[in-house]
Design a binder for this molecule. Structure first.
Ligand SMILES: CC(=O)[C@@H](O)[C@H](O)COP(=O)(O)O
Ligand SMILES: NCC(=O)COP(=O)(O)O
Length: 243
């Protein structure tokens, strides 16, 4: 209790997934983003995948024009995505690993092994005034790479935490908490996200060093039952209750 405000970034990718299932423009991810902001989102996250399976280039332009809160652009470490980020200059760019055939982001970026590829990208994004984040596993070697890359932010992939139970979940939570403490000790702001739900968000939100959670798939799915504003309001309440 009493820790600093934990920011909520709402990921609107899967509004675009539904839109794309039929073509056309409905439901509009920008409309969803504006509802999310009214409902308490501190920022909006959108992942422009290389295959454009959900968010498309024109969504990024429209979000940049419409939003009054920070846009966090999730992007693969490619020259194409770097050029897009530099053209739009979102508040933040989170570099994520991408595999064309994956159903969703399966793990964190291997920032340690991809150091040579990432270093000029992080430098270019930073030089453009974009807050760079690396989507990594909660792992000391990856945090060490983030330190050497001068990344101001890391986002810990919570997918494993979300998908295991019992002692394995407790172990993963401990790994995330230790990683968050290590990041802060080294001047890096830790965020977390992936697979978070009403039921599993509390222990992650209770980690005092974590400054932001990015949550999407569950919120958009839950919106089918109670509406988007209600699903975001409930998530916000659970995050606040954990602090
Ligand atoms: C990096 C991340 O966790 C989000 O971008 C999430 O992956 C979005 O959903 P998809 O993985 O289904 O594209
Ligand atoms: N970076 C994680 C994210 O933006 C949302 O992931 P999810 O809640 O859609 O699994």
């Amino acid at each position: 209790m009493g820790a600093a405000h934990l920011r909520l970034g709402v990921n609107i990718d899967h509004v675009a997934t539904i839109r794309n299932a039929r073509g056309g423009g409905h439901p509009d991810p920008v409309k969803a983003a504006l509802i999310a902001v009214d409902a308490g989102a501190d920022g909006i996250t959108a992942h422009l995948r290389e295959d454009r399976r959900h968010i498309r280039d024109e969504d990024i332009s429209a979000l940049m024009a419409a939003l009054t809160v920070p846009l966090n652009l999730e992007m693969a470490a490619t020259e194409e995505m770097l050029a897009i980020a530099l053209r739009h200059r979102p508040h933040a760019a989170c570099i994520v690993p991408e595999k064309r055939e994956e159903r969703t982001t399966e793990g964190g970026l291997d920032a340690a092994r991809q150091f040579t590829l990432l270093a000029p990208m992080v430098d270019a994004l930073r030089a453009a005034g974009i807050r760079v984040s690396l989507f990594i596993e909660p792992d000391a070697a990856q945090i060490d790479a983030a330190i050497r890359l001068n990344a101001p932010v890391v986002e810990f992939h919570t997918g494993r935490y979300a998908h295991v139970d019992g002692q394995s979940r407790a172990d993963e939570l401990r790994r995330i908490a230790d990683a968050a403490a290590l990041a802060v000790k080294n001047g890096i702001e830790p965020h977390a996200g992936h697979g978070l739900t009403f039921d599993n968000v509390g222990p992650i939100a209770a980690i005092p060093q974590i400054a932001e959670l990015n949550i999407g798939h569950f919120l958009i799915g839950e919106a089918i039952f109670g509406g988007l504003a209600a699903s975001i309001g409930e998530m916000r309440a659970r995050m606040d209750a954990a602090r």
